[in-house]
Each structure stands twice: as C-alpha cells, then as structure tokens.
Write a protein that binds this ligand. Structure first.
Ligand SMILES: NC(=O)c1ccc[n+]([C@@H]2O[C@H](COP(=O)([O-])OP(=O)(O)OC[C@H]3O[C@@H](n4cnc5c(N)ncnc54)[C@H](O)[C@@H]3O)[C@@H](O)[C@H]2O)c1
Length: 437
C-alpha cells in the first residue's frame, strides 16, 4: 500500500525520534488522531519510565501513557533499528549551542544516521527540531541520500518546525497550525497529508529553508521584544514608572502592539538559543544580526540587574548580602512548567551565592535542584513554603510566577520580597515589603 493511502486510512505508523518536551506531545496528537505511534529515544531511562506507565513531563498525564501503551497505540523503544517499522519519522531531538555558542547539530546528525541505517522505500522523514535554514538540505539530506534511495519516489523529506508551548493549556500540539516545507513537491504533499490529520491547520511553504527560517523568525521576535521590555523596565524604574502598568495600558491598543513581559532573564530551550543559530549562519554569510546580539546582551544582563536590586533592598534594611538568607521562588524557566533548562534562576543562584548569600529555593514542579550544562551546585531540595520558613528569610526573590503560589501568603510572612514577574500585583496587604526588579 502506498504511504499516501496508509496516511489516509490511518494504517500508517507514526514514529517520533526524541521523546522530550516536543516529541511526547506530538505522539499524543497523532495517537489522538487515530494513528499507531512509536517513540524512539536513546535515553533508556525515559523509555523505561514510559513502559512503566510513568510520565516525566508534567502536562502529559501518566494515565494517557498507560492506556495508549495498553491499547497498542504507542510503543516506546530505545532500539533504533525499529525506526524501519515507522512509515513516518518525525525528528524532535535537541539542538543546543556548543561551548563557543555555535549550533550543535550532533543530535540531528546522530538520529539521521540511525534512520539512514534502516531507511526503506515508502518512508517520510520530517525534521522538527529548531535549526538554521539549510539544515534539512545540507545536513540531513546527504546522510539519508547516501543510503542510495531516491528522494521523492522512494523516500520523502520535509521540515516542519515544532511550535509547542509547554504549560499553555490553550494550545496542545494538535491546536497549533503547522508550517511545512518539503525538499521537493511529493515530500511536501505527503507531509501535508500527514499533519493535516493530526493538527488544526497545515501551512505549506515553498521549501524547507522557508519553514526553518520561519521558526527562527518567531523565536527571534520573542527574544528581541522581551529584551525591549527588559531594557525599558530598567529605564522606567529609574524614572519611577512601573513598566507592568505601562504594558497593561499599551495592550489596550487593539492593533499594532503585542504585549511582552520583562523578567529575570531569558530561559528555556528555545528563545535564548535559537536566534544564535541564525547569527552563526549570518557570520558565515559575512553579515551581522545586530538585533539578535543586542537582545542577547540585554537579556543575559538581567540577572545582574535583579541581584543589584536585591543588594539595594537589603541595604535599605541595613543588611549585607553576605550571610543573608534568600529564598528563591521558582527554578523552572517559566510559569507552571517543570522545565529548568537555561533558567535564569541558576544565574541568580550562582551570583547570590558568589556574593556570600545563603540561598535556598522552592519550586513545586522541581523537587530537586537539577544539574545543568553550565552550573554545578551542591545538591539541594525544594524547601517547604511554610510561614515559619518565609519568616526566617531576609528576602524572598520571586523568579517564576507559578500559579501554585499563594503570593498573599508569601507577602504576609516574608520580611522582604523582590518580585521580578509582577506576581504580587494583586496582593493588597504588606505592599511596603515588595520591591519590583
Ligand atoms: N521545549 C520546547 O518548548 C520546544 C518548542 C519548540 C521547539 N523545540 C525544539 O524541539 C527540539 C527538541 O526539544 P525538546 O525540548 O523536546 O528537547 P528534550 O531534550 O526535551 O527532548 C529531546 C529528546 O531527544 C532524545 N534524543 C537525543 N538524541 C537522540 C537520538 N539520536 N535518537 C533519539 N532520541 C534522541 C533525548 O534523549 C531527549 O529525550 C529542539 O530542537 C528544540 O529547540 C522545543
């Protein structure tokens, strides 16, 4: 049976390589659409957790994993030879920066090698990892092509950027339109056929490069606009103007303005990283991406600004930062997620500890302080958020505004609160103890 027919009558098996924050929700979207799915990950612990019916991503319910596996709709495996069984393979592996902040495509290359080793006629491969324009054509295609099969007749290759917004209950993977570019017309057509069965809308574009560039534009747009409000926050603060009130007023304009919010710095796997994939490419083209560099500069400076605010606020109370007890609220990089990758909280922790503060943390979604590629802290667990613990601190620093926090309670019991998210805006009592940062 042709791949097209199998996609249409839902007998096609959809494989996802990389079962992380992106891959697992994607499996869910295809399983919900009625497809049999296979999940591939080199991390055996993830595969074992799934096989045991456990979820390692907060917003993916264990119950769903258990029933999907039991009904044969989802097969997790670390055996990459089984990639051959999938009719479509969607690649969702990490795309980090290396130590010199250049793109690290080693995960994409490794997965593509694994696929190439078992590639057979009738398979559609789609790269979903965020990357610079040209990756599908210049990196993925040559590896697959070396297998000797013919693109467009034997196998098919496309790029479709993932737009997952973890923690956003309004937009599951299936509710987000999907941009798709193909290496040639047949690849595009089949990728469209596939995605249109699982997501709300498919947006075809001329080629893989447009789809790759589209994703980088979206993330750069966020990075630049966040940098803009972060810079304005510092300026407006000096002028005695509350930037959050300004943004709330500005967003009443019904056109031409989209609200972005300041914070303690940029976090997550995407916004602090993806734009630099483009900068790297621009350098190769002999051009500069000044917006990206400037946004990066401002956003990475934010933890310094926040620490400065903590120092000043303690100083007002005749306290030195050295020896002060500081409770950091939130290790996750954003509200209501358990993902701490690139979180500015680590930088806050590092800087405050470096100044001699005794820093502990609370995060209902991050029970143990994770190790990161850039930081190595002594092991630490999330502290219980009791009235006594709050009262025993010199300062509580709000880095993430999780919905689980009762900020009324925090302000009631903590002696001093530094709020980087305007999380305490609705708190009425004890406002004299709050400093925004
Ligand atoms: N997290 C997000 O919100 C988000 C949103 C949009 C796009 N993206 C992009 O999606 C991609 C994946 O991000 P993520 O957040 O899901 O990463 P993740 O780290 O959560 O998951 C990636 C998974 O891939 C696995 N993996 C690594 N090498 C592999 C291989 N050779 N074969 C099979 N599996 C392998 C890892 O073990 C890991 O489980 C990245 O390019 C990222 O930029 C992420």
């Amino acid at each position: 049976m042709s791949l097209e027919q199998a996609i249409r009558d839902k007998t096609a098996c959809v494989g996802v390589a990389g079962l992380g924050y992106v891959g697992l929700p994607l499996i869910r979207a295809f399983a919900a659409a009625g497809y049999r799915t296979m999940g591939f990950d080199v991390d055996q612990t993830k595969v074992d957790a799934l096989l045991a019916g456990q979820s390692y991503i907060k917003h993916i319910p264990a119950q769903w994993i258990q029933s999907c596996i039991a009904e044969g709709k989802f097969t997790p495996t670390a055996d990459m030879r089984r990639l051959r069984e999938a009719d479509a393979i969607l690649i969702c592996v990490p795309t980090p920066l290396n130590d010199s902040r250049d793109p690290d495509l080693s995960y994409i290359e490794a997965t593509t090698q694994q696929i190439a080793a078992v590639l057979r006629p009738g398979q559609l491969i789609v790269l979903e990892s965020t990357t610079y324009p040209g990756t599908t054509r210049d990196v993925v295609f040559p590896i697959l092509n070396a297998r000797g099969l013919k693109l467009g007749t034997d196998y098919f290759l496309a790029y479709s950027p993932e737009r997952e917004d973890p923690g956003n209950p309004d937009f599951a993977a299936s509710a987000i339109p999907k941009v798709v570019g193909g290496m040639e017309p047949e690849s595009l057509r089949l990728a469209q056929e596939l995605y249109s069965r699982a997501v709300v809308r498919v947006v075809p574009v001329s080629n893989c490069e447009v789809a790759e560039a589209c994703k980088i534009l979206e993330n750069t747009y966020r990075a630049v606009n966040i940098a803009l409000v972060n810079e304005l926050k510092m300026l407006y603060d000096r002028m005695g103007i509350d930037v959050w009130e300004v943004i709330d007023a500005a967003k009443t304009k019904p056109f031409g303005y989209q609200a972005f919010y300041p914070g303690p710095g940029l976090g997550g796997h995407c916004i602090p990283i993806d734009p630099f994939y483009l900068s790297w490419l621009a350098r190769k083209e002999g051009m500069a991406t000044r917006f990206i560099e400037l946004a990066g500069e401002i956003n990475t400076r934010m933890p310094d600004y926040v620490v400065e605010r903590v120092v000043l606020a303690l100083n007002e109370r005749s306290r030195a930062i050295r020896g002060s007890r500081i409770l950091l609220l939130g290790i996750a990089y954003k509200k209501d997620v358990d993902d701490a990758r690139e979180s500015p909280s680590f930088e806050l922790l590092r800087r405050l500890q470096g100044l001699g503060a005794e820093v502990t943390y609370n995060d209902p979604h991050v029970p143990k302080l994770p190790r990161t590629r850039h930081h190595e802290f002594p092991p630490q667990s999330s502290q219980p958020l009791t009235a006594e613990y709050l009262a025993s601190q010199d300062c509580v620093l709000i880095a993430t505004d999780h919905s689980a926090y009762d900020f009324e309670f925090v302000v009631q019991h903590a002696p001093l609160i530094i709020d980087t998210r305007n999380a305490t805006r609705a708190v009425k009592q004890g406002r004299e103890k709050i400093r925004k940062a």
